[in-house]
Design a protein around this ligand. Sequence first.
Ligand SMILES: [Zn+2]
Ligand SMILES: [Zn+2]
Ligand SMILES: [Zn+2]
Length: 465
Amino acid sequence: MKFVADLHLHSKYSRAVSGQMNLSNMSVWGKMKGINVLATSDFTHPFWFEQLKNELEDTGKGLYQLKTINSKQETEVYFLLSCEISSIYSQDGKSHRIHNLVLFPSLKSVEKFNGELRNRKVNVRSDGRPIVGISSRDLLEIALSADEKVLFIPAHIWTPWFSLFGSMSGFDSLEECFGDLADKIYAVETGLSSDPAMNWRVGNLDSRAIVSSSDAHSLEKIGREATVFEAEEVSYDSIYHAIVGISGRQVVRSSGNKKPDSPNTRIPDNPGSKIAFTIEFHPEEGKYHYTGHRDCDFSQSPEETKKNGDRCPVCSRPLTVGVMHRVEDLATREEDVERIDKNGVRWVKSKADRPPYVSLVPLAEIIAEVENSAIKTKKVFDQYQTLVNNLGSEFNVLLKADISEISKYAYPKVAEGIDKVRRGDIKIDPGYDGKFGEVKIWSTDSKTQAKESEVSDESQLNLFA
Ligand SMILES: [Zn+2]
Ligand SMILES: [Zn+2]
Ligand SMILES: [Zn+2]
């Protein structure tokens, strides 16, 4: 069976996160999106951790479920214990700021891990995504000692300010960052501004799974990226083995005929589990795809940066180097992918043994462009809900439902928009220096397009609750 997981989001206890992000709302929205496994997020926060203990029950499979299930809607969404930690530290005379995801199969392991952070006087109260002075390597060691089955995943690895490979804050390889424990990193997260094809170009990532998740700070952003697993059951072990198994296979492959019992070779206990595919944002839509200065309204591609340098022509300070440029810096090979159209959906496949992916635009964005209105408005949400209620889930609408079926519940132009998104027939102004890229499904409409930023986030959020 296939199941969809979103392994990175945040609760209301993280900074700049909607007050609506509680377990029950997350579960309702997970279901609408078509997600089966949602990250709890933020388990280091004492108040949130209390809620996790009170509101969730163990399914016996390394995943948790809401105790009080109000409606059938919530029954199929499982929670996976997770948090994101921001490590800020110096190493070899350089300062680093790196975000890592930590996933555990049990509350007991979380207790142990949280206890160890408390022993080290980490301030876990001020933010659901705590800042620690512990290096990424040492944090991984602490996580492994709490539970050797931890999944420790460097988050949004290309963003400039807070990531493993970040141009302003990171390292050039997993080994530099994690040292002797680098082989315990089984997966990395693409982040919104990169897609798997960009990551496949980097030899240092060859033996790691590439996962995608939303990093949602509000309910409607849940699932804007996700990882789809294929396994016999929905469980922590299925996810663990799918991720570790991929690294295992790749290590065996890239190092020739290594003996199966060699310490570097990870053979999955359950070879039936794998990552089936990932669901991606178009990387151009991410906030850091291009290099530029937001305040100076200036951005450029990696080719332009090569030609014109990385100083801003407006203010002459150094530009914020974007993800695409950084990938160029660390890439060891050219892009080598196949684009395959199946049932009207464009899939991107690696020529090596990698799970394929599909790039989508969130349904509410498609409807908003048709309606020529902001995303967080009632008329957009009404149409969103009609489609999702009648056709199962947002992923069903975006990926599977017949266009003729969609037309029964939506304006013809919305159906046409979904069809265009499936085929990749859209235009995007790339994002840069913290400014999201802008999708245009119909390029002629661009002038009158309403922007999300024109609507106050908080005042409109209630429409989605
Ligand atoms: Zn982060
Ligand atoms: Zn995050
Ligand atoms: Zn500037």
